[in-house]
Write a protein that binds this ligand. Sequence first.
Ligand SMILES: Cc1cc2nc3c(=O)[nH]c(=O)nc-3n(C[C@H](O)[C@H](O)[C@H](O)COP(=O)(O)OP(=O)(O)OC[C@H]3O[C@@H](n4cnc5c(N)ncnc54)[C@H](O)[C@@H]3O)c2cc1C
Length: 325
Amino acid sequence: MTEHVSAPSASERGAALATLLKLNDPPIIGLSATPDDPMRRHTTLRLGGPADLWCVPDDPGALSALLSRANEANVPVSFVGGGTNLLVRDGGIRGVVVNLRRINRVSQPQEESDPMLVAVEAGASTGRVLQFATSRAFGGVEFLAGVPGTVGGGLIMNAGTYLGEFTDVVIEVQSLNLRGEIIRRAHADCGFRYRDSNLPKDELIIGALLRLRPRSLEAIERDVAKLREHRRQREPMGVPNNGSTFKNPEGDYAGRLIEAAGLKGTRRGGAVVSDKHANWLIVDREVQPSCTSRDLIDLIEHVEGEVERAHGVRLRREVKILGED
Ligand SMILES: Cc1cc2nc3c(=O)[nH]c(=O)nc-3n(C[C@H](O)[C@H](O)[C@H](O)COP(=O)(O)OP(=O)(O)OC[C@H]3O[C@@H](n4cnc5c(N)ncnc54)[C@H](O)[C@@H]3O)c2cc1C
């Protein structure tokens, strides 16, 4: 079921926007803040209305200042990483949307005696983490091959593939609450499970400590190449998407259930169930140049209803839906 968030009236929206613009006055040093920034620019589905204020801090200082001003002004704050698992509704996202792509270091902490520890900042891309590990012959993150996005989103989602998932390598996760306090959570307190975690929705993940293991470069490269080839054969390429739309139910595959319900190729406007992989609900601009988030949400709801009717299984969504209609 899609939960509906009602849009504010024009005067409420005007007042909220005025508060937001005051938020960066005087300007926070090291913060890039763009009002009314279309979220289609920041999501791999290329869909979604505007973020009221899209904010990219250069460093932790700018980030803390932003969060404390937003907290004082009682402005809602949302977090977006690579936007690779996000469907933003057509009305966009109210308040501040924080993106950490410039806070993206990957390093070996000098103060730690364990040489296999790697510190990753939340804005680092998963590709960068894999590259860092491979260049040092550190194994453990081969599972990231072909998984787009950032460390922050990957931790929230416990992203992974048949080679593993974040939970296998995380020692600690660091986050910031809206009062600007840093919280360190040991692995056991993160509640990682299949494509999900208990990391609180109102905290911004700022980094993590991973423990990798020595492995031959040859073995790492073999696994990575095999995973990439596996993906190339099965996944639709070159169309806006966010990977799997639904989680696999216990002991089965969402794609198998959707295909067996005869839904491959089903359309709602410009949104379509991929012919190549039925668990990928994609945007097809060739057949229909305009596609809205509403089209995709309608398609998701249709697929959920039909799969339940055909198999008695309620699919759970992997895609995160943000914003208002
Ligand atoms: C082509 C393609 C292939 C994919 N293949 C896979 C796959 O094999 N395995 C897999 O698991 N996933 C896959 N995905 C889905 C997606 O890549 C992962 O879920 C990824 O980890 C999301 O990371 P992100 O940074 O893009 O997060 P986003 O999509 O930006 O956000 C996801 C969630 O995390 C939250 N979030 C993001 N950053 C932060 C932060 N710093 N602090 C707090 N909350 C935050 C957001 O609010 C949202 O709730 C695929 C997606 C695509 C487009």
